[in-house]
Design a protein around this ligand. Structure first.
Ligand SMILES: Nc1ncnc2c1ncn2[C@@H]1O[C@H](COP(=O)(O)OP(=O)(O)OP(=O)(O)O)[C@@H](O)[C@H]1O
Length: 306
């Protein structure tokens, strides 16, 4: 199962909107790659182009070295969950999958297998119109798995799910990658991917912002920042600023200091007779690292009413 997704210099515009602007990245087998960016960053468009649902203006998006449209048995090559609401409500879950299997030349027995895998066997003869969002997501995932493909793509799969459903999808994604599949999963919330993704492709306004492992991203975001607590915060701020540090007041009695090592901070404050109740290297959360990265590429900000 050594199939990957290769996106090279991809460009796509809709009228005057540039949705994807020269994007390149790879989704490798055996890993869950998180595809992250603020709303409107171009994630869905990129996925649609990879799946041949939209044509690129420039560049390429290949699955196992070939464009989607030239794949002879697409469902055996790539499975995708884009829009879980797209199944006709009058159709029964099992019939939907049987029709897909028939249309794609897949054995009927796969339908029972994937229904078991996603936990829908007991409701397989019910109409999809009566399904909850979580059940629809599971059906969409069953459809993606039908051809047992080496490449999987999920667009915001945990949207609107309860914690049990979220945990189920996370475990499924991890186990699919552990079997050697290339798994691409998008989200506009980095936190959602914290326990799931090995690798991250972060985009904003259609461009690549970071292509990195989760670990590297956290290390970069944490680097050189020290957090300290002191009851005499404003005096500590001026002592450290005079020594050349950049100092930000965060919580009530807390400062975040950049530009001085922790030992130097301790010495300076000690010499000035200022009490320090806590002094530690800052450990950034993934969400924090992401906010930092995408600060300039958020299209729609909520203005706070004054
Ligand atoms: N069919 C379309 N016609 C016109 N504009 C579109 C179309 N599809 C996407 N866009 C625009 O392209 C940009 C990228 O949209 P896209 O849906 O790919 O972003 P996204 O990262 O998936 O966002 P979200 O997290 O909100 O789904 C947006 O400005 C969007 O309005």
């Amino acid at each position: 199962m050594e199939t990957s997704i290769d996106v090279r210099d991809l460009r796509k515009r809709y009228g005057s909107t540039v949705a994807v602007d020269g994007l390149s990245f790879e989704v490798r087998p055996g890993l869950v790659t998180g595809f992250v960016g603020p709303n409107g960053a171009g994630k869905s468009t990129t996925m649609r182009v990879i799946l041949g649902l939209d044509a690129a203006d420039e560049g390429s998006a290949l699955i196992g070295g070939r464009p989607y449209r030239s794949l002879r048995a697409p469902l055996r090559e790539v499975g995708a969950l884009l829009d879980a609401a797209s199944v006709h409500p009058g159709r029964r879950a099992r019939d939907h999958l049987l029709w897909m299997a028939h249309y794609s030349g897949l054995p009927r027995r796969r339908v029972g297998e994937v229904l078991d895998l996603v936990g829908l066997s007991s409701v397989a003869r019910r109409r999809v119109g009566g399904f909850s969002l979580g059940m629809r997501q599971r059906l969409g995932i069953a459809a993606a798995l039908l051809g047992d493909p080496p490449v999987l793509m999920f667009d915001e799969p945990v949207n609107g799910l309860d914690p049990e459903g979220i945990r189920w999808i996370r475990e499924l994604l991890r186990s699919m990658a552990a079997e050697g599949r290339a798994v691409l999963v998008s989200s506009h919330l980095m936190g959602e991917l914290e326990d799931t993704a090995d690798h991250l492709v972060v985009i904003g306004r259609g461009r690549l912002i970071a292509d990195t492992t989760v670990r590297e991203l956290l290390e970069t975001a944490s680097a050189g920042r020290v957090v300290l607590r002191t009851a005499r915060r404003s005096e500590a701020m001026s002592v450290l600023a005079n020594a050349g540090a950049e100092v930000a007041a965060t919580e009530r009695d807390t400062l975040t200091v950049t530009g001085l090592p922790a030992e130097r901070i301790a010495t300076l404050l000690g010499e000035s007779g200022l009490p320090v109740s806590e002094l530690a290297q800052h450990r950034a959360s993934l969400e924090e690292a992401y906010m930092e990265l995408t600060r300039d590429s958020v299209d729609y900000r909520v203005e706070v009413a004054k």
